[in-house]
Design a protein around this ligand. Structure first.
Ligand SMILES: Cc1cc2nc3c(=O)[nH]c(=O)nc-3n(C[C@H](O)[C@H](O)[C@H](O)COP(=O)(O)OP(=O)(O)OC[C@H]3O[C@@H](n4cnc5c(N)ncnc54)[C@H](O)[C@@H]3O)c2cc1C
Length: 472
């Protein structure tokens, strides 16, 4: 591994900062992570990460990336009681954009997701990072990076302690301070341009209760019913380690979510099958309801800047924060860690390569989120004409996927960011979608002619496809 210098600093010890520190430890003699928040010795919520109280989904791709960054971490989580969710209808109930996937048929058990609570996951990663010899995690607020105008580079950070500020030199500073990053302001102060910001005003509010559901009422481990064109409210619930369920409801496009447990139950009655809603109703709420507002998804386009100072790079949510209801943020931070490693392998000043590589992985995910939000979820922002066309085509795809397992699997894998970050079906998948929808349409017409009730789409798949190979 190429050695790049004596000291690297990471500002912040949340998920992104910890993943960045792990990579930097292979390239620098010492890495110091400064975090302003108290870091608990056990898995516990932190005030600076309020999202930790809400449903936090680690996508299957995120688990794969974690296993590469921290070998043995997934096994540790399972040993600590973190539930595993397999891609099977008895494990998941999954509604997306008004379509229910993966329940009308048996999906191949092809991938596994791990469901740690956010505090547990962060704690598992933190204790692994703490165990790395050349990494120190220090409780300390960073006032700002130090910029040397003569060298046109960042040369370390200034720490804030009471009225004093002390300087710490570093060859590289990684800004992982999350959505509230001040890097655009600092760039301006140092004489650089601020990055352009792409935004989608999603107007999301979360309302979450932890509940205990009596054993035996639910066979599912994950229940998700996202917002749709006709219903701005959605719901997700997971059984975390420790056996309590986190029940998160949310409103999109500025719709107000439920304000108390009774209203949450009423929403479940409306958007979930009776069996699932009854299990929630039988649940016993623990503690108080928690709310969180997420008005805007934001992508800071550092990749578009002609000039960028050496010695610093933005990382994690400080670059891009996605609509949280899609559950992508942590996984995308872990993918950025891969970009950081590749950029460091290429060059001692990785910012340019890293910013470009991060834009490349961000684009497909950002675009699909934006299409969904702007055409279906009442979000506001720049909406190219073709977004509506794509959205309509995708609706047809999801309609077919309700009763066609190969299509459902394709969607669930892509939603989990496996195989590719692009949610673009291959010609074979498109042909399969058209064939299935045509078959359903013809069967409905035939039934109408004979005065029979319309056939179940799933039964059409069963008659015509079950004996064939299910590979696309
Ligand atoms: C409501 C909500 C739900 C979400 N749900 C999911 C989900 O289901 N799945 C998923 O993958 N992602 C989800 N996300 C996104 C996910 O939380 C983030 O993508 C992920 O935590 C990476 O963020 P980060 O580490 O960059 O920043 P953050 O987690 O926001 O952490 C920023 C850190 O910076 C520290 N800090 C800030 N300034 C300073 C300073 N000057 N000095 C020292 N420390 C500083 C803070 O104390 C904090 O620890 C959700 C987000 C929200 C808001």
């Amino acid at each position: 591994m190429a050695r790049h210098g004596e000291h690297a600093v990471v500002i912040a010890a949340s998920i992104a900062g910890l993943c960045a520190a792990r990579v930097l430890s292979d390239f620098y003699d010492r890495v110091t992570v400064y975090e302003r928040d108290d870091l608990p010795q056990e898995a516990a919520n932190r005030p600076a990460v309020p999202q930790g109280q809400h449903l936090h989904l680690l996508l299957a791709r995120g688990a794969e990336e974690l296993a590469t960054l921290f070998p043995g971490l997934l096994e540790d989580m399972v040993a600590a009681g973190v539930p595993i969710v397999e891609n099977r209808p008895d494990c998941i109930y999954f509604g997306a954009a008004g379509h229910l996937l993966g329940t009308a048929h048996y999906l191949r058990d092809e991938f596994t997701a791990y469901m740690p609570s956010r505090p547990h996951l962060e704690w598992q990663i933190r204790r692994r990072v703490e165990a790395i010899d050349n990494i120190d995690i220090v409780r300390q607020l960073v006032a700002e990076p130090r910029y040397d105008a003569g060298l046109q580079r960042v040369t370390g950070v200034l720490l804030e302690s009471g009225n004093d500020a002390s300087a710490v030199p570093a060859e590289l500073v990684v800004d992982a301070t999350g959505r509230g990053t001040r890097l655009p302001v600092w760039l301006e102060q140092w004489g650089f341009e601020r990055p352009r910001e792409d935004t989608v005003d999603v107007g999301i509010t979360y309302a979450t209760h932890h509940i205990r559901i009596p054993d035996g009422l639910l066979k599912e481990k994950l229940v998700v019913n996202g917002a749709s064109h006709d219903e701005p409210l959605g719901l997700g619930m997971l059984c975390y380690e420790g056996g309590a369920w986190v029940l998160t409801t949310f409103g999109t496009g500025k719709a107000e979510p439920p304000q108390n447990f009774a209203q949450m139950c009423a929403l479940a009655d409306k958007i979930l099958p009776e069996r699932l809603a009854a299990a929630i109703r039988a649940g016993e709420p623990i503690g108080d309801i928690a709310f969180h507002k997420y008005p805007t998804s934001r992508w800071r386009r550092y990749d578009k800047l002609k000039n960028f100072p050496a010695g610093i790079l933005p990382f994690g949510d400080a670059v891009v924060s996605y609509n949280p209801t899609f559950g992508q943020g942590m996984t995308m931070s872990m993918l950025q860690a891969g970009n950081l490693r590749r950029a460091l392998e290429k060059s001692a000043d990785p910012a340019r390569d890293f910013n470009r590589a991060t834009a490349k992985i961000t684009y497909p995910v950002w675009m699909m989120d934006a299409i969904g939000d702007l055409t279906m979820h009442g979000a506001e922002g720049h909406t190219p004409w073709w977004y509506h066309r794509v959205s309509r085509l995708f609706d047809q795809f999801l309609e077919a996927a309700e009763s066609e397992p190969v299509l459902a699997e394709w969607f669930l894998r892509r939603f989990s960011l496996l195989d590719s970050l692009w949610m673009i079906p291959s010609p074979k998948i498109i042909a399969r979608t058209m064939r299935h929808n045509l078959r359903c349409w013809l069967a409905e017409r035939r039934a109408a002619r004979l005065g029979l009730p319309p056939p179940e789409p799933a039964s059409l798949y069963a008659v015509t496809e079950r004996s064939r190979s299910t590979s696309p």
